[in-house]
Design a protein around this ligand. Structure first.
Ligand SMILES: [Zn+2]
Length: 146
C-alpha cells in the first residue's frame, strides 16, 4: 500500500496523515470503499496543488463522488491488504451464520468469492463460517435423503 503524508478528509476537508486515520476534526472514519476515496484524496494520488483545490471544494460543501473507474484505480494502487479490510462486523457474521444454517451455505460461498480480492479478511471470515456450515448442511441433506 502506498504511503501517504497528507490525506484530505472527504467529509470536512481537514488534513490527515494516513488514509485509514480517523479524522481529528470531524471524527470521520474511512471504511471499505471510503478507504479508496481517502486514497484518491491523498498525496499518493494528487499533487499538493490539486489537493488544495479538492480541500477547498470540500470545505465549500461539495460532495466528492469518485467514479467507479477512479475507485478501481485506487483499489489497484492500494492493493487489497488485511490492513485495509476491517473484516465482517459481528452482526454480519451472525447473519451469515444464520443464513448458512437456516437457508443455504451458497450465500456464504458467494460472499467468499465476491470479497476474495477486495476484502480478504472478510472473505476469510466468511469462509470460516461457510465451510463447516456446508459440511453440516450436506450431511443433513444426505441424512434426510437416505
Ligand atoms: Zn473530517
Amino acid at each position: 500500500m502506498s504511503q501517504t503524508t497528507r490525506c484530505v478528509c472527504v467529509k470536512c476537508g481537514a488534513d490527515r496523515q494516513e488514509v485509514a486515520q480517523i479524522c481529528p476534526s470531524c471524527g470521520h472514519r474511512p471504511e471499505g470503499e471510503g478507504l479508496l476515496v481517502a486514497w484518491l484524496l491523498s498525496d499518493a494520488n494528487l499533487p499538493a496543488m490539486e489537493l488544495d483545490q479538492v480541500q477547498k471544494r470540500i470545505r465549500d460543501g461539495e460532495v466528492i463522488r469518485p467514479s467507479g473507474r477512479m475507485l478501481d484505480r485506487a483499489r489497484r494502487a492500494m492493493g487489497a491488504t488485511f490492513a485495509t479490510d476491517e473484516g465482517m462486523t459481528s452482526l454480519q457474521r451472525l447473519g451469515l451464520l444464520a443464513t448458512n444454517l437456516l437457508a443455504t451455505p451458497l450465500v456464504g460461498w458467494v460472499l467468499v468469492v465476491w470479497w476474495r480480492t477486495s476484502r480478504p479478511r472478510a472473505s476469510l471470515q466468511a469462509l470460516a463460517l461457510t465451510l463447516p456450515a456446508s459440511v453440516l448442511f450436506t450431511a443433513l441433506v444426505v441424512y434426510l435423503a437416505s
